[in-house]
Design a protein around this ligand. Structure first.
Ligand SMILES: Cc1cc2nc3c(=O)[nH]c(=O)nc-3n(C[C@H](O)[C@H](O)[C@H](O)COP(=O)(O)OP(=O)(O)OC[C@H]3O[C@@H](n4cnc5c(N)ncnc54)[C@H](O)[C@@H]3O)c2cc1C
Length: 465
């Protein structure tokens, strides 16, 4: 009998799951039901398409419909929202009845419903000119609005990843930015304050007016359009507001079907991406992910994590066998000419989890001092003093942060101790990399804090060859 696989959500997770299901079962009938009218596109590219660095917004679309329908025989049912799962009858209901009705029977169901941005409840939140950034439509509407309003200044609420990327994008479009963040420093989820301040100073040089430890109290309007914001008692004239606070997993459908959610509120899966309901799998931003470093279930809400989980969900839903080991949550972003790459909890997050991390911060160079063009790279490493394992890495510099974070991610994935990480040899050539890489130097320094001096590897002060 032909296996019927239904996937809810046509983001990167739904699309990846569908393609891997097809590779696993060449004859299965695969259908994706997606609320948006477009097939999968890169949400990660939205700030760059908005800024104009990526000239064509539609180039973010991964594959045309023909590639789904004809090359891979995946039926796309776009513009339809799944409204109910009958897990006992293995049936999904959706809105907007078309020629195929409004029900889909499945043998395997994959939930990839993603996440939605948080909206605010302060006065004025419903005014024209208040935006969130999640979809191509959001970005198109914001761009149109700014053009029509001949906007000169925008307030961004939240200085996390999306808020910071949008701050840079707005500046590139010639619009001034004020940015409010409720905690004392920007990028609080991925960086400790001493590392984030390097990025903030660059943002300030580029023109961002930050308001830290400040909260939005009211959005002010005139004739239903935004004219200002009140942030911690002060009024600022702005033409629009971008709300970039948290995103939350879309779990209503799963919850309604009695599928177990985890403590953090995302859908709970096992390492086959199977949910608590028979033949129902889930992946991506709607689920909670096992964090390989802290050994807890958390929200990473990263495309990298989503595609790996969906690959596993797609294979298993199609009768194959695959397992997802968990994630290190390694993240990178380019802001104001700086690469910012991180993994693991910040110190304050680790402390909240009851850990007492040991940390070290050094600034090295991406080349030897005699060779022109080397750039400063600031590296902060965290370790768990109880087992000597690498707990986190934060890297900020004009170049070289991302690939080094990947090597730290590999170490964390393998559960290496700081000693083992410090011993790993890295390559060297004057135009490309120093003999002692900044990450190795940081690991050696961290080791000194963790262990007696007698157990040290060669001195990190050796600088040339
Ligand atoms: C501005 C921005 C920048 C980002 N940058 C990065 C980055 O640089 N690196 C990185 O790793 N990650 C980044 N991310 C995160 C990344 O985009 C997400 O992790 C990824 O998109 C998750 O994919 P998903 O398919 O699980 O969920 P989504 O992309 O949210 O897709 C879910 C889809 O399901 C649909 N849906 C929901 N409910 C239903 C329903 N009931 N019926 C039918 N359809 C439904 C939704 O409409 C949506 O189309 C960024 C995100 C944003 C917004």
């Amino acid at each position: 009998m032909v296996r019927r696989i239904v996937i809810i959500g046509c983001g990167v997770s739904g699309t990846t799951a569908a393609f891997y299901a097809r590779k696993t079962d060449r004859t299965a009938e695969i259908t994706i039901v997606g609320s948006e009218t477009l097939p999968e596109y890169s949400r990660c590219g939205l700030p760059y398409a908005f800024s104009g660095v990526v000239p064509n917004l539609r180039s973010l679309i991964g594959f045309d419909e023909d590639f789904y329908e004809h090359t891979n025989r995946i039926h796309l049912r776009l513009g339809l929202t799944a409204t109910k799962i009958h897990s006992d009858h293995q049936l999904v209901e959706h809105d907007g009845e078309d020629r195929l009705g409004n029900e889909l029977a499945y043998d395997s169901l994959i939930l990839t419903t993603g996440a939605h941005p948080t909206t605010l409840s302060v006065a004025g939140s419903n005014l024209k000119g208040v935006f969130t950034i999640r979809t191509i439509d959001d970005v198109e509407h914001l761009a149109d609005y700014l053009r029509e309003a001949m906007a000169k200044k925008v307030a961004i609420i939240g200085a996390g990843l999306t808020g910071s990327e949008m701050a840079e994008a707005l500046l590139l479009r010639g619009v001034a930015v004020i940015q409010a963040e409720i905690v004392p420093e920007i990028l609080p989820v991925i960086l400790d304050p001493d590392m984030a301040s390097i990025v903030r100073e660059k943002g300030q040089e580029h023109g961002v007016e930050y308001h830290l430890q400040s909260s939005l109290e009211e959005i002010l309007g005139d004739k239903e359009r935004v004219v200002g914001v009140r942030i911690s008692g002060r009024t600022h004239d702005v033409d629009a507001v971008v709300v970039a606070v948290r995103v939350r997993p879309n779990t209503e459908l799963a919850k309604d079907a009695g599928i177990q959610l985890g403590e953090s509120g995302g859908i709970r899966t096992d390492d086959r991406m199977a949910t608590s309901a028979k033949n129902i799998y889930a992946a991506g931003d709607c689920i909670e992910t096992f964090d390989l470093i802290t050994r807890r279930h958390v929200f990473f809400q990263l495309a990298t994590t989503a595609v790996r989980q969906s690959m596993v969900a797609g294979i298993n839903a199609a009768g194959g066998e695959a397992r997802y080991p968990g994630s290190t949550g390694v993240t990178t972003v380019k802001l104001f000419g700086l690469e910012v790459a991180t993994l693991g909890p910040t110190i304050s997050m680790a402390e909240k989890m009851g850990m007492n991390p040991v940390s070290v911060r050094i600034t090295g160079s991406t080349r030897l001092s005699y060779y022109p063009g080397g750039k400063d790279l600031t590296v902060k490493l965290l370790a768990n003093p109880n087992n000597g394992k690498l707990l986190g890495a934060q890297l900020v510099g004009e170049e070289g942060a991302t690939l080094r974070a990947n090597s730290a991610s590999m170490a964390a994935h393998l559960g290496l101790t700081v000693q083992e990480f410090a011993e790993i040899e890295t390559c060297y050539s004057p135009p490309l990399a120093p003999v002692w890489d900044p990450v190795t130097i940081a690991a050696q320094a961290l080791l000194k804090k963790l262990k007696p001096v007698s157990a040290q590897p060669p001195s990190a002060t050796i600088s040339g060859h």
